[in-house]
Design a protein around this ligand. Structure first.
Ligand code: OXT
Ligand code: ADP
Ligand code: MG
Length: 577
């Protein structure tokens, strides 16, 4: 704390070492291993950012808080520590709030810290600068929300926020720091003592042995078992134990989007390319860190057929069990501990699933892969999605440690299917809400937190939600290559307004040159019209590590409405008649 202490002006008798709210906030973060802040400066937190930077914390300034928030959210996913987003009051806070809610929905640990106005004025609604009761607004949208009013409570405030974010089911936490707090002065030694180093912030949660046995009994009785790996399994960083379990069991596995790469998509047990078949025909499904939400038809519905299935679910959140269908074998605990316990209890001689099942899954997978192969090799200009992705797929195969960020509709769904991922936590995307706008924030955090090269594959609409952050990428010289699948619009670029006045609601300026945007900030821009050009440009960008934006010209007629989830669009009753 010595470096943070300030000498009070020499009084007559005594000179006291003092500290203040600014320094205590910084010290609390450093003490707890928080070394990066994503945010946007302004009243009342500008000086906090400056001082944090001076104290050795990396402070990344964004152009919009929502993008800083998405960066913090994905930093939490990648590191298992809370990602921190720092904003100003009311409008900045609200801009960050979408990302905080997104983090909570996705079970990512994040702390949104916002400066706020004078409590006395806010509570009497007397019209302070950026007046808003931020704590009340944040509460229903995150896992926990706290306000610190006294400098002496900063240590406890941070401890509560950190523990709430990472323990149990991870999530978003709001921490309200009123402007007055930062300038509050207190004795430096008392301040140092008030700080809390959070010990074991996410304690292991060991599953009950009976629950582990029950799960293995259900799995053993299966004729057509399936393991579904979700992003909770990727978050858990229990990669070796999970791989051992899956391989020892011999059961086909289906990775959810952000769990791709936990085991390589090319693994012989991977059923990603036989998704519909395994979801429909399996009789026992073991979920590891995945929820039976809309992405899995709630465990019912179209793809799941009529035959009753048994579910085994491994999750840290007990209330997740039976949320959609009956769970025959709930295993509550952290995934690392649960999978270790399963491995232990399985012993050395685990009988593999019946060969007719694994054979059928393999046959379906091979059939789909074979069907897709020629489409990936087409060299059309303008490109279709498969032609462009065929070029990019090889790049990730050659650079398996690169991180792939992906958003859009067709751009998202087709990239997920085409591009194999080989290592854990290398695919970052729209998550549980299917939210557009995570792209640049995720890319920046991925580069900053891992130091690895990042390839972003973005729909032209998706990119627009966070596109201004290309300046941020250039300013920090981050090794990020953005490829925009430019099909002139949302889903397709060919819609026509039947009234004939304004453009149709889903189309953009035709032939836009997004590559020009990055050139304004000193980055490298390329216009690619064929898969060969695209491949060359991306390889050069990944080799150089320089900020690059490639405008990939995609046939405006190539996509379909809402990508693979067009079935979720409500139909007009009148149109049906
Ligand atoms: O098994 P079958 O035979 O069925 O085949 C499957 C696999 O087995 C097979 N497959 C393979 N075959 C061969 N080889 C390989 N390697 C292989 N791998 C798989 O392929 C099929 C399909 O596999 P998949 O994808 O795994 O399976 P499926 O059935 O599709 O999976 C179902 C889902 C639900 C799990 C999956 O589809 C999924 O995860 N979907 C997520 C969808 C999602 O979240 N979409 C984003 C939201 S869409 C919409 O809301 C958009 N908006 C509105 C908006 C949003 N979202 N947010 C905000 C803040 N504001 C507004 C907007 C504005 S999208 C959008 C912009 C769109 O325009 P863009 O320009 O950005 O993008 P373009 O569309 O490109 O123009
Ligand atoms: P996906 O979208 O990939 O299917 P979800 O976000 O729906 O994944 O599910 C993730 C699940 O993982 C959540 O239910 C969450 O409680 C759980 N989870 C997150 N971290 C852990 C962990 N360390 N141990 C156990 N479960 C976890
Ligand atoms: Mg598009």
């Amino acid at each position: 704390m010595a470096d943070a202490a300030v000498k009070a002006p020499a009084a007559a008798e005594e000179v006291q070492d003092l500290t203040d709210g600014f320094h205590l906030v910084i010290d609390a973060m450093k003490l707890n291993g928080i070394h990066t802040i994503y945010g946007v400066p302004g009243i009342p937190i500008t000086d906090l950012g400056r001082m944090a930077q001076a104290a050795g914390i990396r402070v990344l300034s964004f152009r919009h808080e929502q993008n800083a928030g998405y960066a913090a959210a994905i930093a939490g996913f990648l590191t298992k520590k809370p990602g921190v987003c720092l904003t100003v009051s009311a409008p900045g806070f609200l801009n960050g709030l979408t990302a905080l809610a997104h983090a909570t929905t996705n079970c990512f640990p994040m702390i949104l810290i916002s400066g706020s106005s004078e409590r006395e004025i806010v509570d009497l609604q007397q019209g302070d600068y950026e007046e808003m009761d931020q704590l009340a607004i944040a509460k229903p949208l995150c896992k926990a929300a706290y306000r610190v009013l006294h400098a002496a409570d900063i240590g406890i405030g941070f401890a509560r926020a950190i523990r709430a974010a990472v323990s149990g089911r991870p999530g978003g936490v709001y921490l309200d720091l009123p402007a007055k707090l930062f300038g509050q002065v207190m004795n430096a030694e008392a301040g140092r003592k008030s700080l809390v180093q959070v010990i074991d912030p996410a304690p292991a949660q060991i599953p009950a042995p009976a629950a582990v046995k029950r799960a293995l009994d259900v799995l053993k009785g299966a004729k057509r078992p399936l393991i579904i790996l979700g992003k909770g399994a990727a978050y858990a960083q229990a990669d070796d134990a999970i791989r051992t379990f899956v391989e020892k069991s011999g059961v086909p596995f289906l990775p959810m989007s952000m769990a791709k790469g936990l085991l390589p998509d090319t693994h012989p047990q991977c059923a990603g390319a036989a998704r519909s078949t395994v979801l429909k025909d399996s009789d026992v499904v073991m979920m590891i860190g995945a929820r039976l939400n809309w992405l899995l038809s709630h465990g019912k519905g179209r793809t799941w057929g009529d035959a009753p299935k048994k579910f085994v679910q491994i999750d840290i959140e007990p209330r997740e069990m039976d949320s959609n269908v009956e769970i025959a074998a709930p295993v509550v605990g952290d995934i690392g501990s649960c999978v270790a316990a399963l491995n232990e209890a399985m012993g050395g001689n685990w009988a593999p699933p019946p060969a007719d099942w694994t054979g059928a899954v393999k046959a379906k997978r091979d059939e789909n892969v074979t069907k897709m192969a020629p489409r990936l090799m087409n060299n059309k200009s303008p490109m279709d999605y498969h032609g462009a992705l065929g070029a990019l797929r090889a790049i990730i195969a050659e650079r398996p440690d690169a991180i792939l960020v992906n958003e859009g509709a067709n751009t998202l769904d087709l990239t997920r299917g085409v591009i194999d991922i080989y290592q854990p936590r290398k695919r970052l995307d729209v998550g549980t809400w299917g939210v557009m706008g995570i792209g640049m924030g995720s890319a920046i955090a991925a580069a900053v937190e891992t130091g690895k090269p990042v390839l972003c594959i973005e729909g032209d609409s998706a990119f627009g939600f966070s596109g201004m952050e290309v300046e941020t990428i250039c300013r920090y010289s981050l090794p990020i290559c953005i490829v925009i699948f430019n099909n002139d619009g949302i889903y397709r670029g060919v819609d026509v307004n039947s009234a004939g006045s304004d453009p149709a609601t889903t189309v953009f300026v035709k032939g836009a040159r997004y590559d020009k945007m990055i050139e304004a900030f000193g980055g490298h821009g390329v216009n690619a019209t064929t898969p060969d050009e695209l491949k060359r440009a991306v390889n050069a960008a990944m080799d150089s590590g320089k900020p690059t934006l490639i405008n990939a010209v995609i046939d405006p007629a190539a996509g379909s409405e809402s990508g693979r989830i067009g079935n979720l669009n409500p139909q007009s009753a009148l149109r049906k008649k």
